[in-house]
Design a protein around this ligand. Structure first.
Ligand code: 1GP
Length: 283
């Protein structure tokens, strides 16, 4: 459970119609509110679908199975996504299939949220976007350049934006290569903590600790635990989580949201996903 603090308070919509400087401009939207609410009780799980790896039809099939297995969120994105039309098609297909399942109330509430790796990662069909800054990139483009270029699309699409700090650990992942990352050593918790504190003081309400898709080892428990102590916003952990054991460890260390990507491409992933979801309940 998150330590209590200012980042977990909810906001009330203003009664005036004209936006004014202050908290209204960074209002917590319904998707973020839902995530904060659900993670008050226990950690939750997200299924990550990369449109480069799934056709729109297959993406929807996997998303529906993931919801049946108990995930609370569908993330859509990837490091090398170039085709925005493909992204739109995948997001629409997932949304349509999740919505169209009759009598399945729970699945209707599962939001589809963008997890962009670049300016091509914006789709107006999504419920929200993790509007992230790759804080430990050596290239300012990934810290603020892409965000400035992509912001107008997010504005036009009028989708909910969830401000997020993104930290990438280790070498060898597509994320660290594409993002020109000054990678954090996974077993140096102190270095992760100073970035987590910077994220907190910059007002970023969400922090994602990323080991990289397909990582041999997830972020070590000691590192997640140290970051948890320093940071009271929504803490996301992903990369290399493929078993109930590794999911349970991340949950016990204090992660609020676990992201599962690669596993969704393995035969029999549904059963493992169910075990992962139930392992996160035992913090
Ligand atoms: C990648 O953290 C996510 O951005 C998920 O990683 O594909 O290893 O599950 P995996």
């Amino acid at each position: 459970m998150r330590p209590s603090g200012p980042t977990s308070t909810s906001t009330t919509p203003s009664s005036t119609t004209t936006p004014k400087p202050g908290p209204d401009l960074i209002e917590i939207g319904p998707v973020e509110e839902q995530l904060l609410d659900e993670t008050k009780e226990r950690p939750i799980v997200a299924a990550l679908i990369d449109p480069e790896d799934f056709s729109p039809k297959r993406a929807a099939e996997v998303a529906v199975k993931a919801v049946e297995a108990g995930v609370s969120l569908i993330l859509v994105g990837g490091s090398t996504l170039a085709n925005q039309g493909r992204l739109d098609a995948v997001v629409r297909s997932i949304r349509n299939h999740i919505k169209l399942r009759p009598g399945h109330r729970k699945s209707r509430q599962v939001p589809v949220v963008l997890f962009p790796g670049n300016i091509t990662g914006v789709s107006r069909y999504a419920d929200a976007i993790l509007f992230s800054s790759l804080l430990n990139s050596a290239n300012p483009y990934f810290i603020i350049g892409a965000q400035a270029l992509g912001a107008i699309e997010v504005h036009k699409a009028a989708i909910e934006s969830i401000p997020m700090a993104y930290l990438v650990f280790g070498n060898g992942s597509a994320t660290s290569f594409i993002g020109q990352v000054n990678s954090l050593p996974p077993s140096k918790p102190g270095l992760a903590v100073i970035y987590a504190l910077a994220a907190k003081y910059l007002g970023m309400r969400t922090l994602y600790l990323e080991a990289g898709s397909g990582a041999g080892e997830p972020i070590p428990q000691e590192t997640v635990r140290a970051v948890r102590k320093a940071y009271n916003g929504l803490l996301i952990v992903g990369g290399g989580i493929t078993t109930a054991d590794s999911a349970g460890k991340a949950a016990k260390a204090g992660a609020d949201l676990l992201v599962i990507g690669n596993l969704l491409q393995s035969p029999g992933y549904e059963a493992t996903l169910r075990q992962i979801v139930s392992a996160t309940k035992r913090r």
